[in-house]
Write a protein that binds this ligand. Sequence first.
Ligand code: E4P
Length: 220
Amino acid sequence: MELFLDTAEVEEVREIASWGILDGVTTNPSLIKKSGRDFKQVIGEIAELCSGPISAEVTAMDAKGMIEEGLALKKELPENVIIKVPCTAEGLIATKELSSQGIGVNVTLIFNASQALMAAKAGAMYVSPFVGRLDDIGQEGMDLIAQIMTIWREYPEIRTKVLAASIRHPTHVLECLQLGAHTATMPTKIFRQLMKHPLTDSGIERFLSDWAEVENAGNA
Ligand code: E4P
């Protein structure tokens, strides 16, 4: 089971990587735009902080362009960078070619199980079903994860990992993992929320104040 960070903010990667449990990072063009920084520079810095797969997304819409962009990114960026392509027919062609060259591909913007299956057949290392964006339009995003995992269980020869994306809250993470998704990618806020419970905070407060009394009484 893998936990990925969904961000293009290098400082956020540094913080979560320092916890020692970060397995990879996903980015997309919108996150790069939000960072206000140079795409390749950001990906390069992130790839130094986390040794797991770092997804860098192509922006060409034709297979030839995607393949060229993917190969160029692989050439310029660290070894752990993988190539993210959109789930289109052109994306499938690019996935097949890049995968056959031994390059990891993450097929993104998956909204139904048939898209996931096609991407897996093309040799994707990861498929990224978007849970939150389906919830946003009134569909049950988690049903998609359940459907994909049912198919994956029927066909153990499928090696592609299911990377649950567009995660909106900690419960999404737990539900995806309960369904057997291999990976969940989430914003930094959710990583922090996964570690939080008010009873942990109040418990620490109580232990510390009791201990202070023990010390004051000279019993420590
Ligand atoms: C995944 O790779 C995507 O970058 C991401 O999860 C999209 O999430 P959003 O729907 O919150 O933009």
